[in-house]
Ligand binder design. Sequence first.
Ligand SMILES: Cc1ncc(COP(=O)(O)O)c(C=O)c1O
Length: 442
Amino acid sequence: MSTPPAGRPDLQAYWMPFTANRAYKSDPLLLASAAGMHYTTPDGRQILDGIAGLWCVNAGHCHPRIVAAIREQAGRLDYATAFNLGHPAAFELADQLVKLAPENLGHAFFVNSGSEAVDTALKIALAYHRARGEGQRFRFIGRERGYHGVGFGGMSVGGMVANRRTFGANMMPGVDHLPHTHDLARNAFSRGQPAHGAGLADALERIIALHDPSTIAGVIVEPVAGSAGVLVPPVGYLERLRQICDRHGLLLIFDEVITGFGRTGAAFAADTFGVRPDVMTVAKGITCGAVPMGAVLVDRRIYEGCMTGPEQGVEFFHGYTYSGHPLACAAGLAALAVYRDEDLFGRAARLAPVFADALHSLKGAPHVIDIRNIGLMGAVELTPRKDQPTLRALEVFRRCFDRGVLVRTTGDTIALTPPLIIEPAQIDRIITTLRAVLAEVA
Ligand SMILES: Cc1ncc(COP(=O)(O)O)c(C=O)c1O
């Protein structure tokens, strides 16, 4: 095994997630520190962060108030179990989250990631139906191209083929999928919500009829599909899903792991689109990415419905050692305070048209076949290279990084989801860089 260059760690032991390990280790990119809108590399180069870390650092990196809150908490109470014990910050954060969320969501269950939030949400749905005597409702309906993390539940309701094929034999049973809403022929270059496709929600009626509504526990969708390349819901689509769920007694679960905390220009995408879910999963921006955390927010009737059995008995046999971890709660409280005091959700809404104009100015650039946007969430879809899907987008990513701009790729789509503190001049820099790189790549 070769010795790493001086000052660089040996890269071999770490099996990196969602990474081409061999390619990465032969040409690694490392980050050493971060502040505000920028990362700094070990050799001192500044990288403008166009993707908020991984759709999570909504108030920018190393926000001083969030850093101070974590430091202070670490020195005062490092850990407390959430099983039959508690600490004030967990209760306070739950209270603040439900006050921020749509009015019907009255309770928060803490987890440590988006994947755990999704699997927990599915279990809550099953527990709720069982508690009210409808334990035969065991099926879930997800959507093609949906991403709900990597637990067995989230993977099963998810619809990203590469994440599923290896584990196919062990998918959760009883899952079906709605068609995705991506429609280049009718909706390419839509600004905001595309006009066509509300009728795709009617596929839910057919799936429900096939399986019998009394067997279905819930429907889970991302209000805006993120990891599949920022697929904005067509006008009227989410409303129809809501109506159909209501008609058949299904719980509607919004996975807001990406869209939560200002990304769409309001606290949650549920607010942006005016559709209330029964259950909402959040993570990422809940702590501004600074400490791992997720939460499941549930409608009051779901919590009340689960509070059955003897008063001394555990009502829901589920939880994690690190549920409501003190450091995560401290980071969460500080992040919410920063979002509020700096009006970052309002800022995202005000910047959204500037972002949309800049993004859509790439129409006509080489390889570009679609541009999509909502709030501070955007995507530029490229034609794939013949027989080499994803490689053109990966080259764009690399060339942008070399010019000091971080973008993300998913398939042949470039995703842009900057921290909500971005300045118009920085939006301009990202787009100018992307334009130049698109002109270079074959
Ligand atoms: C919508 C959605 N759900 C769930 C997850 C999984 O979150 P985590 O990676 O924190 O497990 C993600 C991650 O990107 C996501 O985008």
